[in-house]
Structures are given as C-alpha cells and as structure tokens.
Design a binder for this molecule. Structure first.
Ligand code: UT7
Length: 326
C-alpha cells in the first residue's frame, strides 16, 4: 500500500435528442416489425437527431450536466476527450468544438475513434492523463449521431442504432493503491484490425471522399462480441485485483440485449447487476456506457463508493473494459 493518484469520476451527465423513433415508426418504411426487433435485440425505441442538431451539441449538453453534478465550471476544464464515430466535421476535432461551445479555456482537446468501444478507450486515455498529473479536471465524453450513418434500406442495421451523449468529469484523487480506492482501478483495451470487414463504414476522406454508410455482418459480430467482451472483462478485473463477485454494477455497451445476457451468462453474472438501457436508447455506440451510467445514478441504483465494470466492443474490431470505484 502506497499513496497513489487515482482518476476519480466526480460527475456524470447525459443528453438525448428529443425526437423518439419507435420500432413501429421504422416498420412504416423498412420491411421489419416491432416483434422481430424486440425479440432479436430488446430494442423498443431510439432517439434521433434532427436537421441542425450536431454531435457537438449533444456532447456539450451532456458535459454541462456532468459539470453541474461535479460542482465544476467550464473554466476548470483542462482536458476534453470526445469519443465519437460521427464527428461534426472531418476536422477540427469535435472536442475542439465542444471546448468552444462550453467556453472552456485553452487546454488539451481531441477526439478518439474506437467506435462502440470509444468511451472505454477515452476513459482509459483520460485516466493516464489524470493519474500522471497532466490534467486536473477532464471531461470524457461519448457522443454519437449513428442514425446519420444508416443505410435506411438495410433492415439488418438501420433498426439497431440511436443517437445520444454521455459525459463524465474525471479528477485526481488520493488513493492507497488498494481496491478500496475511488477511481479507475483496472483497464483492458484490445483491437484486432484483421476483423475490420465485419463492421465498418464504406466511406471516408482519403478513400471515397464521402461519409459512407455503416455495414455489418451481424451474426459474426455477435459471436465475437460475447467471447471478446468476456475476455476483456476478466482481464480488467484481474488488472484491478477484484473478483467479478465484488462488482456492484456491470455497465455494458448497449448493442443488443442478447449480447448483454450472453456475456452475463458466460461470466456467471446475475442479470440483476447489469444496467440495461438498450430498450429505450438502442445502440448509441460510444455514448451508450455513460448514458447507462447516468441512468443508473439518476434512478438510485448506482451509488458513490460502488464498484463498476464497463465493457464494450465495436468496429475495428475494438473491445475493452474498465473497472472503477465511483
Ligand atoms: O456495437 C457493436 C456492434 N453491433 C453489434 O453488436 C450487433 C451484433 N449483431 C446482432 O445484434 C444481431 O446479429 C442482429 C440483431 C444484427 C441480427 O440478429 P440475428 O439473430 O443474428 O439475425 P440474422 O442476421 O441471422 O437474421 C435472421 C433473419 C434473416 O432472415 P432469413 O434469412 O432467416 O429469412 C434476416 O433477413 O432475420 C432477418 N432480419 C430481419 N427481419 C425483420 C434481419 N434484420 C431484420 C429486421 N426485421 N430488422
């Protein structure tokens, strides 16, 4: 046991666009049904941005609420990391736009692109900045407008995704180097670029010069998700020095209720300890974990001092997990 700087989550915030799109709404123009979507995914509705609503707007709104929860002001922020796959522009980074919109001072701001694993990656990177004393008050944001990447004629993908944003404030805290410390305790990050054809967007600045549409081999991704996520969860718990039985809440990336249940079953985790928002939010990519975290805090399930385990998998393929004590 020795004194150590931990990165502590001091505030959480979320923001969802106002427009609700139900499965029945989709079935009016795609060959699908509420029954199929609910049975295969657990999704009942999703939020969708409207014209003029950008990812930086969602991010700034979520960040604003996270700052209020942490009792901090934009002037305190010296690092902004935005995890997104649906940036406002090819450049500048959405984080730079968020910095301007919030009125934060000159500091470090950049985006991270790890698709659905983006928030886990961003939290891990933010942890390194804070724990090394390079940031005193960081905003780690996951913000996405995935509906902008949909091919609305592809029923295998367009029913799965939604839009939203979640944010946390990360600040240094004194720890003892034990699992009783508040803050990030363990991380596992992975990428296997050989599997990129399973889930990708078919456009980009240096190839087609277009934004492109999301393409996915759903069944294959599903199969990899359960195996890969389980491996990362075990690795992050080992890095933290905790057993899965000690974890109070599992906060998974919300892609598909069947994936959440598959991972829980494989690892022997009681479903009652899993936060699920997939029914209301669908898959919001990098936003889904902080959105779920915010919901769990707002409804009183997640409490300060509890041990949380977050996990995700997405395009790349990327995957990973983070263990933290709130
Ligand atoms: O964030 C990480 C990235 N994404 C994921 O983790 C998603 C991973 N994959 C999945 O969640 C699932 O594979 C899906 C939800 C995408 C698909 O579920 P599935 O049980 O694997 O279905 P499937 O792709 O095997 O399709 C079964 C049938 C097919 O019809 P046939 O060939 O059996 O006649 C599909 O054409 O369901 C059909 N189908 C649909 N039917 C109604 C596919 N999409 C739809 C739809 N509505 N929206």
């Amino acid at each position: 046991m020795s004194a150590i700087i931990r990165s502590v989550v001091t505030g959480v915030g979320d923001y969802l666009p106002a427009r609700v799109v139900t499965n029945d709404d989709l079935s009016r123009f795609v060959d699908t049904s509420d029954a199929w979507i609910v049975e295969r995914t657990g999704i009942r509705q999703r939020r969708q941005v409207v014209e003029g609503e950008a990812v930086s707007d969602l991010a700034a709104a979520a960040a604003d609420r996270a700052l209020a929860a942490a009792g901090r002001r934009p002037a305190d922020i010296d690092l902004i990391i935005v995890a997104t796959t649906t940036a406002d522009l090819t450049f500048p980074a959405t984080a730079a736009i968020v910095q301007r919109k919030l009125g934060c001072p000159v500091g470090v701001a950049f985006d991270i692109q790890a698709v659905c694993s983006g928030f886990v990656y961003a939290l891990a990177v933010g942890d390194n900045f804070v724990a090394r004393g390079q940031a005193k008050c960081a905003l780690i944001i996951g913000s996405e407008a995935m509906t902008r990447l949909m091919d609305w004629s592809d029923r295998g993908t367009c029913v799965l995704f939604g839009d939203g944003a979640g944010a946390v404030v990360l600040e240094p805290g004194q720890g003892n180097g034990t699992v009783a410390d508040r803050g990030v305790l363990g991380v596992a990050l992975r990428c296997d670029g050989t599997k990129q054809d399973l889930l990708y967007v078919d456009g980009g600045p240096s190839t087609t010069g277009t934004v492109g549409k999301l393409r996915m081999h759903g069944k294959e991704v599903f199969r990899h998700a359960v195996v890969n996520i389980s491996e990362a969860v075990v690795a992050a718990a080992a890095a933290a020095g905790v057993s899965l039985a000690e974890v109070d809440w599992f906060i998974p990336h919300q892609a598909n209720q069947r994936i959440l249940e598959g991972v829980a079953k494989r690892l022997g985790i009681d479903g009652a300890r899993v936060i699920s928002t997939v029914a209301e939010h669908a898959n919001t990519s990098a936003a889904s974990i902080p959105l779920a975290m915010a919901q769990g805090i707002a409804d009183g399930r997640i409490k300060p001092g509890q041990l949380l385990l977050m996990e995700a998998m997405g395009g790349g393929l990327t995957w990973g997990a983070v263990v933290l004590r709130l």
